[in-house]
Design a protein around this ligand. Sequence first.
Ligand SMILES: [Fe+2]
Length: 590
Amino acid sequence: MRILGISDHIISGAAVLEDGKVIAAVNEERLVRRKMVMGFPRKSIQKVLELAKVRPDQIDCVAIASKRGHFLNDYVEFEAGTFGISRGLVKGLFMSLGSGLSFLRNDVPILEKLYYELREPAYAHRRNATKKVLREEFDIVAPVEFIEHHFAHACSAFYSSGYRDALVATMDASGDGSSSHMYQVKNGRWELLHRVASFDSLASYYAYVTHICGFKAGKHEGKITGLAAYGKDSYRDIIERFVCYRDGTVINQGKLFYKSALKKMREALPLDFSKKDLAATIQLIAEEITTKYIRHWLERTQEHNVGLAGGLFANVKINQRVHEIPGVQSVFVHPAMSDEGLAVGASLALNYLKSPDPSTLESRCFDHVYLGPDYSESYVQRMLAAEGINYQRHSQVEEEIARLIADGYVVARFAGRMEYGPRALGNRSILYRPDDPSVNDWLNKNLKRTEFMPFAPSTIAEDADRYFLGLDGARETARYMTITFDCTEQMRKECPGVVHVDNTARPQLVSERDNPSYYRIIKAFRKLTGRSSIINTSFNIHEEPIVCTPEDALRAFKIGHLDYLALGSFVAEHPQVQSREREPVRNVSI
Ligand SMILES: [Fe+2]
């Protein structure tokens, strides 16, 4: 059975699922070069059909993520969706009314029902418009099903985990009226155990703090996670008045949301509040609430495996804390944990709903996440020639890249199929030596980024225990850079450029099976330097999505002043290689 999965809101995208296996997945932002763009993903649909080599009449059914939502025919910038600030008159009015009356929500339960029911005509319009576009623009006449938002998240986590039985937790700001679902999956059968309403969203409170600290809510929460390591939880008594854990659920104690929450939180904080302390406070509180919540349901179900998805689990430190809950044997975070994973999640959910017989389930819905577009060597060569770029072809390009990194150069690598999900995992990555503690400052400056998280390491999977503590039960999820670990003394000594101030790192464990060519680069680097990790940061420049095409790569390479660009087996030197002093990486084994 072939299912086309579609998500049409934040970081919209499409995927093709064939007999339970994801064979293509891409998000619209990469194709239209607008980060986290919202809107009906026409280009993604076209691209995944092309990648999967599937004709429209070969699609058996279509799964659209989320039951509620407005039809976005044109692209909408992500910022416009934040807190309803400028979402258009009607949507903005609903958000403002909801925010203003939120204090009444628990006493007058009909208000929430009304909030959604009054919007039902817009949801009906989306259902009709979606079918019309699929029929008229894509010739897709297969039946269309709309899948509940959190069930789509949950399916993305479970079917990529390889678990047979698990507790599956989803947590995000909001989707279809919920901010969390808790499921038990037993022998492939799903049971919804608990639901937390959007009103009680922990992730929303994290977003409010992100906004109050001067960053973009819903987009820059990772900066708060990084900043938290520099601060103390000095505002605990204030934040705990707003959001807390109680009796197996999350409670919006402040009875606020969106604008009213921002206003009251800002008023409760001192005028000269410390950003790093506020970041530390929300981070620690979020870790505590999440772990208490999941622990409660683990004890109830006696499950030992935990699957996670939803935007809150983009927080790599929270994921580490979930892994550390006593009794958790294994944790797995879907690689595209936020809404960019919903197209895949919806297709998996529909696959389950169509054939819930567990004997038909595949063990994992994909073996790796290199599920996006790729470009032939001849295409790349033509582009380089047309752009007048000097390049050299290397029969053993992996060894050449390793040599350049070991000599102290920054190498931007573009190879094979683009990664699905928010992380560059070697095919659209900027690579650098791991032993330079100053790299965070100057490379981020070159890339026009402000980051408080250090760069992440790609580490040879079989050497990972030399560098990280407590890997057992999280090695699978660490293939996708979704979780932090405490670092060993050896890691701090050999790779200080990728260890955070709190002594953690969020690695990508690279095996030969996952990405043979990328694995060869790190192995060759180890041969030259004795180190089993390199720095891997996403190949993009300031606020742009990760590069998709060779043309995007060349543009980012030029603007970012990176030293070398490796496109497949071609390596080009930047015309103005910087004057920064370089010295080869010292070999630790000498
Ligand atoms: Fe979501």
